[in-house]
Design a protein around this ligand. Structure first.
Ligand code: SF4
Ligand code: SF4
Length: 312
């Protein structure tokens, strides 16, 4: 049974309508790079919920084995990089140099990294591909786990509530869709181990989504993120060791009121540290109350801002 056949026609049409970006109605919409697209427009415009089923199975017996691991467009969120650097026991700069290429996130305009595909034109094999398959399988990126599902996040106009949903990517070369194995989206995601990736990368996705929605207005509150903010975004996204130094060896903990138990958690966990880094970026970029400046630092910042605008 395919994703199409799990939905009756009326449902299907209403799902299709919901899926299409409608700028008059949907203030924000962003498709994240959970798709490793090669062919033109292979995305089925059907919104899949956790309980919807689709036919798919990938295994060594398929005629297309490894095809999708060539020329794939895979952006690496923070948790993906953490897992891979841990696997190789290398520091982030070395990992980035060997296995990634820098890029600008198309809709948010922020610096990100993508997996470096082989060949001069990037259509060659993923650096982690061997004849037997993926050599980093237990630490493979979120995009590889989701495939052939894509992830989309939508925020309706005048609503604070975001909605995430999946859709099916049906590329011509992928024979996994011909298999008879049927599973729900929830079963597939559980089987692929996406939960920690969803949890830790969520804040990063939220930031990109907000930046994308602010872009037509020139950036958050009408201002482009500063070069320093872009550097900080890149540090939090890619280099947990530098982030740790920043939090524990700069004046960060003197400036922000981080509860003692949270500090201890962050001290012992890179995952918690990334979450703190992302919360801090939300505060810096959008003034969200995700972390709080200490009162005296806040007063100082207000006084400085007033001086700068000549209101002292
Ligand atoms: S990380 Fe593994 S699954 Fe993902 S593209 Fe590379 S080889 Fe394929
Ligand atoms: S079935 Fe699809 S996901 Fe599996 S190897 Fe073939 S192209 Fe890749």
């Amino acid at each position: 049974m395919t994703a199409d056949s799990t939905l009756d026609e009326e449902d299907r049409l209403s799902h299709e309508e919901t899926f299409r970006p409608d700028t008059a109605r949907d203030q924000k919409l962003s498709v994240f790079d959970s798709v490793r697209v090669h062919s033109d427009n292979p995305v089925q415009p059907v919104k899949l919920k956790a309980g919807d089923s689709f036919n798919f199975r990938c295994h060594r017996g398929v005629s297309c084995w490894n095809t999708c691991c060539h020329g794939a467009d895979i952006t690496l969120p923070p948790y993906d990089i953490l897992r891979l650097t841990r696997r190789f026991g290398v520091r982030a700069p070395e990992f980035l140099e060997r296995y990634t290429v820098p890029a600008d996130h198309e809709s948010a305009g922020m610096p990100v990294v993508k997996l470096k595909m082989g060949g001069d034109d990037g259509t060659g094999a993923c650096p982690f591909l061997a004849e037997e398959g993926c050599t980093v399988y237990s630490d493979r990126p979120a995009a590889c786990r989701y495939y052939p599902l894509g992830l989309i996040s939508v925020k309706l106009k005048d609503s604070e509530v975001k909605e995430d949903f999946n859709f099916l990517v049906r590329e011509d070369h992928c024979r996994g869709h011909d298999e008879t194995q049927s599973q729900t989206v929830a079963e597939f995601c559980k089987d692929q181990g996406v939960e920690p990736y969803e949890h830790i990368n969520r804040g990063w996705i939220d930031i990109l989504m907000k930046l994308a929605s602010w872009r037509p207005m020139g950036g958050p509150m009408g201002k482009e993120p500063t070069p320093q903010a872009r550097q900080m975004f890149f540090m939090v996204s890619t280099d947990v060791e530098r982030l740790r130094k920043f939090v524990f060896e700069s004046s960060f903990l003197e400036r922000y009121q981080i509860p003692a138990e949270a500090v201890e958690m962050v001290r012992g966990s890179d995952e918690a540290l990334i979450c703190l880094g992302l919360d801090w970026l939300k505060n810096v970029l959008f003034h969200e109350p995700t972390v709080e400046l200490r009162p005296e630092v806040l007063q100082e910042a207000i006084a400085k801002a007033r001086t700068e605008i000549g209101a002292a």
